[in-house]
Design a protein around this ligand. Structure first.
Ligand code: NDP
Length: 300
């Protein structure tokens, strides 16, 4: 029975952790806000750890899912840090959508103690996490991935080895930068169409049967924008972080990337304007305000 510790029970972490509460897994949960971990552990009948060290001691696999890599790195140090408490041979699987440089640094430091590291960001959103159908993009040693594969398969449907440590982070950031471009670009187009007298519902029907379609046009706009529901499932602050990582990757690789850099700029501004709690789809409201029309109806 693998002993698994799951650290970080946020919007995506909590539904991921739920899939690990099975008779063949010995699971411990930790979250910065203790009440969250206590409630979920109580509901699932698993162990609630009061500190990361308490969760990680004796674990074969420690899974982290925090906003940014530096939050995970901060858990490594000190007498109660993961470096001091994880056993040689154990593996830290970081499901944070992180940055490659920090992941490489963490992998090196853990390797000095004989601890494995994989960057393993996920995609599929909260619904994918609830369904146990996430895509997991893994960077690191393939043999280490083989060992932890059965654990990742509890919440991941597609587990893809992307390359060396940091490769999963890089791919995830580019994927999310494309999501950001589709969101913003589709919003601009639909606001312009509304003002030109073409209704967004009709426009989306046509676009979704044509070459301009995307996950944004097929799912996010019909379900969240036309309905004006704007549920909060994935914070804009986190998408801003992802686009920033992708823009930085392109600069590091000396790839001319005006579109990535502009998208990073736009999402930084929208994040500043809308704040920490806003959902990523709420950027559509910024475009609506600037353009003076609401997608799916009345003037903004
Ligand atoms: P949330 O903001 O919902 O949750 C963040 C979690 O991290 C909470 O458990 C929070 O604890 C904890 N946390 C925040 N800061 C710290 C810190 N300094 N030290 C320790 N714990 C901390 O984020 P998500 O769950 O949405 O996202 C987590 C990661 O997954 C991000 O990298 C995100 O980009 C990625 N992701 C998210 C998706 C989504 O649809 N939401 C989809 C795919 C990837 P507390 O409860 O105390 O606030």
């Amino acid at each position: 029975m693998p002993r698994v510790a799951f650290l970080g029970l946020g919007a995506i972490g909590a539904p991921m952790a739920r899939h690990l509460a099975r008779p063949d897994v010995d699971l411990a949960l930790w979250n910065r806000t203790t009440a969250t971990a206590a409630a979920l552990a109580g509901e699932l009948g698993v162990r609630h750890a009061l500190t990361p060290a308490d969760a990680a001691r004796g674990a074969d696999v420690v899974i982290t899912c925090l906003p940014v890599s530096r939050h995970v790195e901060a858990l490594l140090d000190g007498p109660d840090g993961l470096l001091a408490t994880m056993a040689a041979g154990a593996v830290l699987v970081d499901c944070t959508s992180g940055d490659s440089a920090t992941s490489r640094r963490m992998a090196e430091r853990l390797a000095e103690r004989g601890i494995g590291f994989l960057d393993a960001p996920v995609s599929g959103g909260v619904v994918g996490a609830q369904q146990g159908a996430l895509t997991v993009m893994v960077g690191g040693d393939e043999a280490v991935l083989e060992r932890v594969h059965p654990v990742l398969a509890c919440f991941g449907k597609r587990i893809v080895h992307c390359g060396a440590v940091g490769a999963g982070d890089a791919l995830k950031a580019v994927n999310n930068a494309l999501l950001a471009m589709h969101l913003w670009g589709t919003a601009e187009g639909l606001v312009a169409l509304e003002k030109a007298g073409v209704k967004a519902e009709l426009a989306l029907d046509v676009i979704n049967a044509s070459s301009g379609r995307s996950n944004a046009s097929m799912n996010l706009f019909p379900e969240r924008v036309l309905t004006r529901a704007f549920p909060r499932t994935f914070r804009l602050a986190l998408l801003d972080k992802d686009v920033g990582i992708a823009a930085e990757l392109a600069r590091e690789q000396q790839v001319p990337s005006p579109l990535l850099q502009l998208t990073a700029e736009l999402f930084r501004m929208a994040h500043l304007e809308l704040g920490e709690a806003a959902d990523h789809v709420e950027v559509v409201q910024v475009v609506e305000r600037l353009g003076g029309a609401q997608i799916g109806g009345r003037s903004a």
